[in-house]
Design a protein around this ligand. Sequence first.
Ligand SMILES: Nc1ncnc2c1ncn2[C@@H]1O[C@H](COP(=O)(O)OP(=O)(O)OP(=O)(O)O)[C@@H](O)[C@H]1O
Ligand SMILES: [Mg+2]
Length: 484
Amino acid sequence: HLFPDQLRRDVRKYINKVVSYVYPYVEITFHEYQVDTWFERSEAFASIERYLSASSSKRAKRLKANVVKDCESVVLSMDEYEEVTDEFNGIQIWWTSSKKIPRQQALFSYRGDEEKRFYRLTCRREHRDIITNVYLKHVLDEGKAIAVRTRQRKLYTNNKSEKWYGYKRTMWSHIIFEHPSTFDTLAMEPKKKKEILNDLMMFSKSKDYYKKVGKSWKRGYLLYGPPGTGKSSMIAAMANLLEYDIYDLELASVKDNTDLRKLLIETSSKSIIVIEDIDCSLDLTGQRKEKKKEESKEDKDPVKKKAEEEEDKKKKGSEVTLSGLLNFIDGLWSACGSERLIVFTTNFVEKLDPALIRRGRMDKHIEMSYCCYGTFKVLAKNYLDLESHELFKTISQMLLETKITPADVAENLMPKSDEENAEICLNKLIKSLEDAKEEARLKAIEDAKIKAEEEAGQKKEENGEKDQENIGAKLADGHVGVAA
Ligand SMILES: Nc1ncnc2c1ncn2[C@@H]1O[C@H](COP(=O)(O)OP(=O)(O)OP(=O)(O)O)[C@@H](O)[C@H]1O
Ligand SMILES: [Mg+2]
């Protein structure tokens, strides 16, 4: 026993001391994917990546380029195995980026087998506390702020439930949202537009208020009106105003209520969840179903019939119920996440179940209607740069008498060639209005005719029934019989 235990311990202690003297650093590693959530990219990693690319890319010598938005801008980030230094309150911090490459390629690509990227922070031991308590928070906050500043808004749509499982688990697919519609280009009555604008701005600022009154921070809008009156444009304008993402929810591809809930959980805050044509996506009322059956019986057009059958099939594929949808909107689960708008659109508001659109669920009902003079003026300004014109008076008068959608007005006001000036466009519109008026007049006459015929037919039928009754009565009395 040349080395007694005591001595051995002393030696180890001494070595540790020497090592800590020679290597007086702390290292902290941030992996891109955490072990317990392999599928989810670590939030911290993403924040650090952004922070480093913003603050230290000037110092790093080897950079990776990410081109975004149609080559409009380039986002640079540190390349692998690169080191940069950062300074915080006079303290030096070293960051390195690196990756672990798996020793052998697995047969099935699985997150665990792919290369693992990570960032490693190194600092002096004596700064450990300030780095872990203050600096890291600063980095993460800054990284988040950068994300907000540079984020591209997205338009999501839900995938079919079958595609949710496996390695590429995605419930929502997205593209970059770049709709040009804004509240400036949206044509509607100025007063109404202002009201909606205020409502939205108020909502986006009212985090504390919602907390105070004990409501989750969300708001429902119901947009209703005939096709081509700007419902979809309105949603895009809302998203552009508030800088929210859009989740366009296709109810027909949602299998059941459970999946609906899963989709909801996967949405982020600062978003608009949209269900378009809510009256078509679900059989929300019993009456509607019956009506539809009658229609399809009369309808003999095979193409239409087929489309309808297809739709029916699709509906059968979805077992989402009204109560499931109601739960989606304001059940307990809907409170996860915050700052969300839920927007429904429909062409037939009267077909919807009242439970679905009561206040509290759909807080604001917005009617998008046919073009009025106010709407027309916005369109004229946008499409022709016209504030006033002698033809405006005629048009204003005609708009009172005739129903025309903003989409039709817009179509007329759009110059189709270089020769078409504002006046020609306005005249085109007037012609359209005249045609529409004439059409409406003819239709009214036609309708009246049909109604008169129906009434006449009904009377005849009634008379016929009476005759039958008479015959029946006579038979019973024995007045009419086989001659003896
Ligand atoms: N109020 C409006 N302001 C500006 N443009 C409009 C307006 N309404 C319609 N348009 C124009 O008409 C087109 C169709 O409008 P939009 O898609 O918003 O109608 P919609 O109400 O959603 O119709 P649908 O019920 O068929 O979905 C738009 O691309 C837009 O250019
Ligand atoms: Mg639409």
